[in-house]
Design a binder for this molecule. Sequence first.
Ligand code: CDP
Length: 235
Amino acid sequence: MISSPVVIAIDGPSASGKSSVSRLVAEALNFRHVDTGSMYRAFTWKVLESGIDPKNRQQVMDLIRKVRLECDFIENEQGGLRLRTRLDGTDPGAVLRSPKIEAHVSQIAAIPEVREWLVQRQRDLAAQGDLVMEGRDIGTIVFPETIFKFYLDANPKIRAQRRARDQNEAGFAKAVQVESVESAIAERDHKDSTRMVSPLKVADDAIRIDTSLHTPQDTADIVLKHIRSHYLARK
Ligand code: CDP
């Protein structure tokens, strides 16, 4: 038997399908869904809102000491449970997905003290029960011991089209072009995979899935099939 709590780790680069797939897998298993990217985005929002230069590591570290970070779970539209992150009582909401936050988040996420702080919170969440956790370093650093590790990826053009569509549907400022989204994504991928601490990389024991030609439901079904066969094999 697998001892509880169970963590399903889903990693991958931007717009690889992690969020939709993680939500579907969490709903199918009745697990909670933790989007760790939203924690890095929320803190980036707070840094910018506080007028701190994201390059000023000392000021960012001072903010970590001062800010009140609350993580809890609320119902999503489908009735599943998703993480909510509040900073000093505020949930920043849809602005977290804006190009402005995307332009700065990788810089903030590369600061070791930021990672230590948020990774500790992520581990605490698992102590409260089973979950699907998505991010960049879940299978490598946050929960290296879990047997359920997936790495999603997709063709860069398709990823850029997906992200441009999401941002245009959200209606941020002016319409975004696929080309500019593609270069922003490439820059963020580069920063995320070359940083000193916890870079984005595939865990040796992760199952890799190319989502380019799959719907989120197809990918979720592949993930669920692996999870169920692992469970049965170990019972
Ligand atoms: O939605 P998308 O995949 O584009 O990004 P996200 O998962 O919301 O993550 C936003 C950013 O947070 C990433 O580009 C990373 O810089 C950072 N991040 C991280 O460093 N580690 C994680 N576990 C999750 C996100």
